[in-house]
Design a protein around this ligand. Sequence first.
Ligand SMILES: Cc1cc2nc3c(=O)[nH]c(=O)nc-3n(C[C@H](O)[C@H](O)[C@H](O)COP(=O)(O)OP(=O)(O)OC[C@H]3O[C@@H](n4cnc5c(N)ncnc54)[C@H](O)[C@@H]3O)c2cc1C
Length: 447
Amino acid sequence: MKRRKFIQNSLIAGTALGAAPFACKQKKDAEIVILGGGYSGLYLAFLLEKAGREFILLEGSDRLGGRMFTHPKLGRDVGGRGIGDRYDETMALVKELNVELIDITPYMNSPTSIYYKGKLYSDWKDRATNPRMLEFILPNKTEELTSLTGWYQRPDLDIKYSELLANAGRTEEEIDLINISSNYNDVRETSSMNSYHSKAFRKFNGSKSIYNFKGGTKAFIDALVGKINGKLITNKKVTSIKSDDTNAIVTCEDGSSFSCSKVVSTLPFSTLRDVDLSISANPNQKKAIEKLPYTLITQIHLNATSAYWEEDETPASMWTDTPIERVMDFNPSPDHKDLVCWVNGKGTAYFDKMSDKEIGDATLKILAEIRPASEGKVEYLGTHNWGKYEFNKGAYVEFGPGQAVWFEDMIKPAGNVHFAGEHTAKASRGIEGAAESAKRVFEELVA
Ligand SMILES: Cc1cc2nc3c(=O)[nH]c(=O)nc-3n(C[C@H](O)[C@H](O)[C@H](O)COP(=O)(O)OP(=O)(O)OC[C@H]3O[C@@H](n4cnc5c(N)ncnc54)[C@H](O)[C@@H]3O)c2cc1C
């Protein structure tokens, strides 16, 4: 990890901090420099432009969209793709951009087979013992969901998620099973706050319908980018941010630098921690930037050349206790399936050491062992590993026990450096969380 320099709050007012680097630049390159061209950065750019404000957006990779990513080689979305009818900010934008959606609600609850302890079940009748449902159907009521935005203010729930599950009567063996597919690195290390936030989001902002973008998330991102006239610059990996709270200089890996009055970082903290920071971050913000964990996700994409699930009369979507974890169908069309093995958390380590070819071979072998009917009827397309992907190093933020107390402070501006992005959303999650955060920072900037 690179050296990081945080300047103490107390130093800011007292010294002529950074007088040399800032004073020499006469003219600023832009009023605002936005770091990161994912959805939150782009939406912020869109809002600022509408308000007549000047900005430059710097994106480190060679494309815009961030975690909303239609992979060119796979021709499929590998990141965020599902939006709900209660994603108010995003839905309003979808309407304004005139982007077409596909209603996938009918396919959300399509049947899932279970492969458990060497046996394939085409159906698991008893929901209470279904290994896939153990996380969701809790014997005792454990969390009282009181509000949408107060999830980080519930110290009573800031315990290991496994503890909460055990308090609800789950055995260690059941907790192991929950760990296979719950959306965390390890339920024995993550805080129950994460699950509280997800559940509260569903309860208080519960969408009735779920949509995908027709043509993939690329169609949405392209439409949004098409509406922005300001500078969106790719291949600008940010390596340092220096700010004296009035002026700031952002430097990129290629040696270029940009001076401005305000910086907005939408970089996930998992990559911001590699940036050399001379900013007046508060103590909790520093801890959050340095330490917040991100959930590891590896997606292994497959193409079925023939409907082997009709042959063995077992749903193609599958929960398994093998290294391929879950097999999902990403295509809402009834006559075609885009199969994806979705491997979460510590389970990703199994494939991390393998070459691309080894991942493909290992996956097809496991699948053929589980489903002999699939042998010779499935092609390996490729893998996207969010944990190893340089510009994210994880799929989404995941608070460990004792870390949610940082939340309120970590989203505050550090002088003239503001923070947006999924990880800074109070109410919403995922894609809508990114939009919510952009709107919040827009309001901070225009206030
Ligand atoms: C596998 C997966 C599935 C998901 N599914 C859903 C879903 O169905 N529904 C939902 O609502 N949400 C989903 N999400 C979450 C959703 O995609 C994200 O919350 C959202 O896209 C995040 O947007 P963002 O702008 O905050 O971050 P990002 O999109 O990550 O944007 C940050 C940008 O910063 C850039 N960057 C990073 N480091 C640097 C640097 N040093 N210099 C310059 N640029 C840099 C990155 O390249 C990136 O473009 C999913 C996410 C994943 C990974």
